[in-house]
Design a protein around this ligand. Structure first.
Ligand SMILES: Nc1ncnc2c1ncn2[C@@H]1O[C@H](COP(=O)(O)OP(=O)(O)OP(=O)(O)O)[C@@H](O)[C@H]1O
Ligand SMILES: [Mg+2]
Length: 298
């Protein structure tokens, strides 16, 4: 199975636009090819070994959610059918099948559109210190991981390096422009609500998530990047949910616990993951996929 892990792509004759922690992106002119590899990160570092099928799971989840929310906003997906990919990609079809998508190239807005239904991570930290998140007042008395009365929009900057920084709504409006701000906010909340309700029926709490929006060449507002994957969201299991402290990550808990157990100093070199951790982590990603899509991974 380890043979099936894809850690990095190198498509000859194509223009690599960027490599994220997980995805490799190629520029095809008016469109982009987004390939989800099997890389996994923890504590901001990419681990040396991958998780079999993770790329396919992430790609499949994004495709599921983009389709699920297409009544709320148009998205960047053009095709994920490798037989419809351009000729120049023909020799890579087997590698690309199931783990890639061709998308409309957009001009991304320079803000991460974060929506939170629960108090966790940097949101919890800000609330605890100031009683506010991104300038929004939240009533006192909540404990860590509590559900908020309503989901809130808590944008951040897209930092080229280092951590994203939370910004208030005024700053958000300046970054994306008055013309688009309210419709981006409305869409973000609507998508979150719809996905949250659905995932809840499948045993998963989507605590918070992050979307990116962009403008097409024709000036149309669309949603881009990935959607509602465990990499862009916090997924919790309803069965394990206990407010009053941090929650177990649905997908990365085995990995994080193991890294803590070996007292890794969270600096390079990153430790090689034992087979057992790889296997258990793969099972969690797969479980998220099956629960949400209701399908097995092909
Ligand atoms: N349709 C699109 N048009 C233009 N840019 C896009 C589109 N979809 C996604 N992008 C951009 O592609 C990039 C995806 O990068 P990716 O998320 O893989 O890595 P990263 O954000 O640099 O790092 P990380 O892995 O930590 O998220 C983002 O900058 C995103 O804005
Ligand atoms: Mg990213």
């Amino acid at each position: 199975m380890a043979d099936d892990v894809l850690l990095k792509t190198d498509l000859k004759g194509l223009t690599l636009k960027g490599r994220g922690k997980v995805r490799d992106i190629y520029d095809l002119g008016d469109s982009l090819l987004i390939i989800a590899t099997d890389r996994i990160s923890a504590f901001d570092y990419i681990m040396p070994n991958g998780i079999p099928d993770k790329g396919k799971i992430l790609n499949g989840l994004s495709l599921f959610w983009f389709d699920f929310t297409k009544d709320i906003i148009k998205n960047h997906i053009m095709t994920s059918d490798v037989s419809a990919y351009p000729r120049e990609l023909e020799q890579y079809r087997n590698m690309l099948r199931g783990r890639s998508m061709i998308v409309t190239k957009a001009k991304p807005f320079a803000a991460e559109c974060v929506v939170r239904g629960y108090l966790s991570g940097s949101g919890w930290k800000e609330y605890r210190e100031t009683g506010r998140i991104c300038g929004i007042s939240i009533k006192p008395g909540f404990v860590e991981s509590d559900k908020l009365p309503e989901p809130i929009f808590t944008p951040s900057t897209k930092a080229a390096a280092g951590h994203d920084e939370n910004i208030d709504l005024k700053r958000f409006e300046e970054v994306v422009g008055k013309k688009y701000a309210s419709s981006i906010i409305e869409r973000t909340i609507s998508i979150y609500r719809k996905a949250y309700e659905y995932a809840y029926t499948r045993g998963i709490i989507i605590s918070d998530t992050k979307f990116e929006f962009g403008l097409t060449g024709k000036g149309e507002l669309i949603i881009i990047d990935e959607m509602l994957t465990p990499d862009s969201s916090r997924f919790w299991s309803i069965a394990d949910y206990r407010p009053g402290g941090p929650q177990k990550s649905f997908d990365k808990q085995f990995l994080r616990d193991w890294l803590e157990s070996i007292h890794w100093n969270k600096k390079p070199p990153t430790p090689v993951l034992p087979d057992e951790i790889v296997k258990k982590t793969r099972e969690k990603y797969l479980e998220a996929y099956v629960r949400i899509t209701g399908r097995d991974l092909q």
